[in-house]
Each structure stands twice: as C-alpha cells, then as structure tokens.
Design a protein around this ligand. Structure first.
Ligand code: IMP
Ligand code: MG
Length: 185
C-alpha cells in the first residue's frame, strides 16, 4: 500500500519479499544452532529491532523467550554519538541460565553490539551471541562481527522495517534509502 512516507524514499534497498527470505534463512540457522539449548532468550534491542525480532519469533520452530533492552547510541539525526547508554536494562534473576541472543536492526560502528555482548557476559549470562539484520561493514570502528547477519549494505542511511529517522518510517514494510533532502533540511 502506498503511504505518504514512500515519497521520502530514494531507493528501495531490500524488498518485503527479500526480507521474508532473509529472516527465514536466519531463523533456520538459529533453529539449527540452538536446538539443544534449554533457555533461548531473544533479546530485542528497542526500538529499531521490534519488527525484525517479531519476524524471527514467528519463523522459529524451537522454544524461545523474548526480552528487551533499550540503548541509545544515535542521538537525533543520522550520526552516532559514539557512546552507548543503557536506558532500559534487562531485568531477570535467572540470567545465568539464559542463552542470550541479542537482536539488532543494524550494525554500523559496532559499538552497540560489542558493548552489549560484553555487558551481558559480565552480568553472568550463560551464553551470549549476536544477530543483526543489516551490516554496514565500511562503517566499522570497533573490531566486531555478529554471529548472524542478514545482509550487507552500503554506507547509506536507511529506514523501514523498524528502522527510523527521528522516530518516523519504522512502519514501512521494506528497507529504503532515505532521500538526503529529508535530513539536510
Ligand atoms: P552502532 O553502535 O554504530 O553499530 O549503531 C547501531 C545503531 O545505530 C542501530 O541500532 C541503529 O539504531 C542506528 N543506525 C545505524 N545506521 C542506521 C541507519 O542507516 N538507519 C537507522 N538507524 C541506524
Ligand atoms: Mg537501534
């Protein structure tokens, strides 16, 4: 369905069909790798990862729980502040029994995922792995590679499928490159 948000998109980078295929492939990999896990927890990093996490949940066949953390590394706009702040922490007393799989929408500098993986290990999680739908490898500032990756994309600011620009466009069913004129105004 066309929305008035579509006109702010320069190019569709990943279509709905492609997203369905990619999320299915990652869910199959998780199914395979965690089939003997006793306590898989999909840790959705708010807010950008809600759509991706929902898609993975629906496609997994093994039992899993869902939990949430909220962090900020981007302020407003399209550039990272370079610091990771925990705004909402994971609250559970059984972390030492949990196989945590951190679910991120996109890995850019790598700071958010490397910080969170280390944080959850120090907090005592039984195991910690990371998953990102999108990867911008050319932007990496810390040496970090997620365990599961959907697609590599070029260094463009993208929105849709949960990803936002100033809280907008999350609801788009595809991933699109935002017209620079939208944020250069
Ligand atoms: P990192 O810590 O630099 O790897 O940044 C990861 C976070 O930056 C993601 O969770 C997103 O919130 C945000 N981000 C990075 N690139 C984009 C983009 O192209 N569109 C929307 N958000 C982005
Ligand atoms: Mg995010």
């Amino acid at each position: 369905m066309a929305t008035n948000m579509d006109q702010d998109i320069q190019t569709i980078l990943v279509t709905e069909t492609e997203l369905d295929r990619v999320t299915f492939r990652i869910a199959s990999e998780i199914d395979r790798d965690y089939k003997d896990a006793e306590h898989l927890v999909l840790l959705c990093i708010l807010k950008g990862s809600i759509v991706f996490t929902g898609e993975l949940m629906r496609k997994l066949t093994i039992p899993s729980e869902i939990d949430f953390m909220k962090v900020s590394s981007y302020g407003s706009g399209t550039t990272s502040s370079g610091r990771v702040n925990i705004i909402l922490d994971i609250m559970r007393s059984d972390l030492n029994e949990c196989d945590i799989l951190i679910i991120e929408d996109i890995i850019d500098s790598g700071r958010t995922l490397s910080y969170l993986a280390e944080y959850l290990r120090l907090k005592g999680a039984k195991s910690v792995k990371t998953c990102a739908l999108l990867d911008k490898p050319s932007r990496r500032e810390v040496d970090f590679q997620p365990d599961y990756i959907g697609l590599e994309i070029p260094d463009e600011f993208v929105v849709g499928f949960g990803l936002d620009y100033d809280e907008r466009y999350r609801q788009l069913p595809y991933i699109g490159i935002l017209k620079p004129s939208v944020y250069e105004k």
